[in-house]
Design a protein around this ligand. Structure first.
Ligand SMILES: [Fe+2]
Ligand SMILES: [Fe+2]
Length: 418
């Protein structure tokens, strides 16, 4: 029997990342490895990506860097630790325009819509519901109505940080653990009309599955701290892990993956590698004499060294990653980065302003022609000198794009790598 084609979505939540809390980063790294190996179609993070303080630029920057390690497409919505809380009993204060701007600066839009696997998946900022940012909330409801119209009958899955309800979409509870009554009623109307099939959320740090008015309400467990003792309402299963959805037609299969499941899917021999970010200062590099090499100071402003062509660099206080090509720094967007590089390890933290800005790469990939492999940045090709160079520079040379004669002929030569 042939199984119908399936689209795999991984739902992660409550990673609570900070350079000061290694346990959260290790659990996140296990998820990154799992995602690297299983290659889901989309990863959705339902918030509390930041450890605790919504005003900590340092933690936001660290968490954004960690998200950029993902080798699969991803989307995120904010949690109360990312932009502030909603009533009642707001923890560390209410969501504010300044906090929302910080989140958007580090992670991009706080709401989004993705058509995938015959479904329309929509991310919402649940901290806007029944809160003080009334104009933002009204704009979001209007935006949602437009996205629902555009879905044109496709089943819709909604993802947000706070759960839509504790027990039922009919309840009148107003508690910190879920969204408020007014917004719950609006979502219930969409469920009752048959529009909404699935609502995924986080915040509880427990895995919960409910069925209400024909919709599936799924709470993802945390990848960060698991509550202990009697401090929680004991609504679901306390564990570290994530939720997998397999979409096929208008059905969805839901599977909980616990910590041990993530580890068992990790290829033998791979170990959890501490984030490159966690290094206070990178060790000095040995000088290398090469065309295109450039002199740099590290992020501590010392140890001036020669940076090699093809090296990835970033500033200590900014998640933007650059690759050095022809002696200049070239900014990489996420698609170009994952086309060219195999992982997010070993990125040098340096004073990026020491290097001339060569402009952002619009289209970057690894290409192959005539038995040679190249890093291609827009219209320039850089020959990669052997596997040792590819390994050292973390280049993803395993599945190069085969270049046609015309494509190859249109590329000019840059400095060789290695
Ligand atoms: Fe959380
Ligand atoms: Fe939360």
């Amino acid at each position: 029997m042939n199984l119908p084609s399936q689209t795999t979505i991984l739902h992660v939540s409550d990673t609570h990342l900070s350079p000061d809390f290694a346990a959260s980063t290790e659990m996140w790294t296990a998820a990154v490895r799992y995602i690297e190996k299983t290659r889901p179609d989309l990863v959705i993070h339902t918030g509390d990506v930041v450890h605790d303080d919504p005003d900590s630029d340092r933690d936001h920057e660290f968490a954004a860097f960690q998200m950029r390690r993902l080798t699969a497409p991803w989307r995120i919505v904010p949690g109360n630790h990312d932009i502030g809380d909603s009533t009642p009993d707001p923890f560390r204060g209410l969501a504010s325009a300044e906090r929302l701007a910080r989140f958007r600066r580090h992670f991009g839009p706080d709401r989004w819509s993705v058509a995938i696997g015959g479904w329309q998946l929509i991310g919402l900022n649940s901290l806007l519901f029944d809160n003080r940012l009334a104009a933002e909330e009204a704009e979001q409801w209007e935006w949602l109505e437009q996205r629902l119209l555009e879905a044109d009958g496709r089943p819709i899955g909604l993802f947000m940080h706070k759960p839509p309800a504790i027990n039922s979409l009919d309840e009148d509870l107003h508690v910190n653990k879920s969204i408020g009554v007014t917004s719950r009623r609006r979502l219930r109307a969409l469920v009752v009309s048959g529009t909404l099939k699935l609502i995924g959320s986080g915040h509880l740090h427990e895995h919960v599955v409910l069925h209400s008015h024909g919709a599936l309400l799924v709470g993802a467990p945390a990848l960060g701290p698991v509550p202990a003792g009697t401090a929680t309402w004991n609504l679901g299963l306390r564990c570290n892990g994530l939720v997998e959805y397999r979409l096929s037609g208008d059905t969805v299969r839901v599977r909980l993956l616990r910590e041990a499941d993530l580890a068992s899917a990790t290829p033998a021999g791979l170990r959890i590698i501490p984030s490159a970010y966690a290094r206070a200062c990178p060790p000095p590099r040995l000088p290398s004499i090469q065309r295109g090499a450039s002199e740099l100071a590290d992020s501590c402003g010392r140890n001036r060294h020669m940076a090699e062509n093809g090296t990835r660099i970033k500033a200590a206080d900014n998640p933007m990653v650059y690759v050095i090509l022809d002696g200049k720094r070239r900014a990489l967007d996420e698609p170009s980065y994952v086309n060219i590089f195999s992982d997010w390890e070993g990125i040098d933290e340096v004073n990026v302003d020491d290097l001339e800005d060569g402009g952002a790469i619009q289209a970057g990939y690894i290409g192959s022609a005539n038995g040679e492999t190249y890093l291609v940045a827009d219209s320039v090709k850089y020959r990669i000198n052997g596997n040792a160079t590819a390994d050292r520079l973390h280049l993803k040379v395993g599945e190069p794009r085969m270049l046609s004669t015309e494509e190859f002929g249109a590329l000019t030569d840059g400095a060789q790598l290695g």
